[in-house]
Write a protein that binds this ligand. Structure first.
Ligand code: R5P
Length: 295
């Protein structure tokens, strides 16, 4: 068995080939060239083939947190944001009850369940089958991996189930690297978590931005990485984080609270979009945010 990895500076320097992009022969997305047509088509709905990136709106928080701040009324908050984002990430309950079926944006469906903030969050199982996700016209399915947590193995089994079942239908899987209260969100931990689930077979990964070392997290993950927003930040700070993540190789955001809990969620969705797709600098995007707020 290989030894557990040594920390940086522990006598073993790593070489991530920073500055050398991974080749993407024949298809625009990193690590996706050898997938089948259905997988590629679904991924092309989520990631804009022109920019190669995506703004996903995460509003699955209620599945563990109940009516979190800013998302008390999904039916009021989310529909006005849909024109300004590329993709919806949510539970089937929220989708069926609050989002009109005329929507033409792709859906990444949260399929894990079994835990809430009142108990051990890693103690999850799969609650939505691939067939149900297909029936709801999902473009990808998702569950989280809780690396280092009490139920680490079960969360990896959940992802394996989605990957194995999804493979039969050309259904991509987003792997979310969840971070428990006791986990440090540093590059070493996030890099390990992202790489583990990429090797398990997820088609794209959602993780947190970290510094230093985010570029290495991305380089060590052979599939696209998108970042979660995390706790609500002042709008300019959230735009700075998104900009740094994109600049260091992230292929988008899967952002919730920093969009739907912003002072003006629709303006924030557009400002984040300008950073992700048009590579606006944070200050430029903040100016756009303020201009849009006045309208
Ligand atoms: C947590 O319940 C979900 O996985 C969220 O989708 C994730 O945390 C992203 O949302 P936020 O940007 O609010 O962190």
């Amino acid at each position: 068995m290989p030894d557990a990895d040594k920390p940086r500076g522990g006598g073993e320097e790593k070489n991530y080939g920073i500055g050398i992009p991974m080749e993407t022969p024949g298809f625009f997305l990193k690590g996706s060239a050898h997938l089948n047509w259905g997988m590629k088509n679904r991924l092309s709905q989520i990631f804009n083939p022109k920019s190669g990136r995506t703004v996903m709106l995460a509003f699955d928080h209620g599945y563990i947190m109940g009516p979190t701040t800013g998302l008390e009324r999904i039916d009021l908050v989310v529909p006005p944001l849909i024109p300004h984002i590329d993709c919806l990430m949510c539970t089937r309950g929220a989708l069926r009850s609050c989002i009109g079926p005329e929507v033409r944006k792709p859906v990444v469906m949260r399929c894990s369940t079994g835990a809430t903030v009142l108990k051990e969050l890693s103690n999850e199982t799969i609650g939505v089958t691939i067939e149900e996700a297909l029936a709801l016209n999902a473009s990808a399915v998702t569950a989280q991996a809780c690396i280092g947590a009490e139920f680490e193995r079960e969360t990896l089994e959940n992802l394996s189930y989605l990957i194995n079942e999804g493979a039969q239908y050309g259904m991509p899987v987003l792997g979310v690297t969840a971070v428990g209260k006791e986990m440090v969100r540093d590059a070493r931990y996030l890099g390990l978590a992202c790489r583990v689930i990429a090797e398990l077979g997820v088609h794209f990964v959602k993780t947190y931005y970290c510094e230093p070392g985010f570029e290495e997290v991305v380089a060590g993950t052979p599939v696209p990485v998108v970042i979660a927003g995390g706790k609500k930040l002042p709008e300019l700070d959230a735009l700075k984080m998104a900009h740094k993540a994109i600049d260091q190789g992230a292929m988008g955001v899967d952002m919730g609270r920093n969009i739907f809990a912003a002072d003006d969620p629709a303006a924030m969705a557009q400002a984040v979009g300008a950073v992700v797709h048009q590579l606006f600098k944070p200050e430029q995007a903040f100016e756009l945010y303020n201009d849009l707020r006045k309208k």
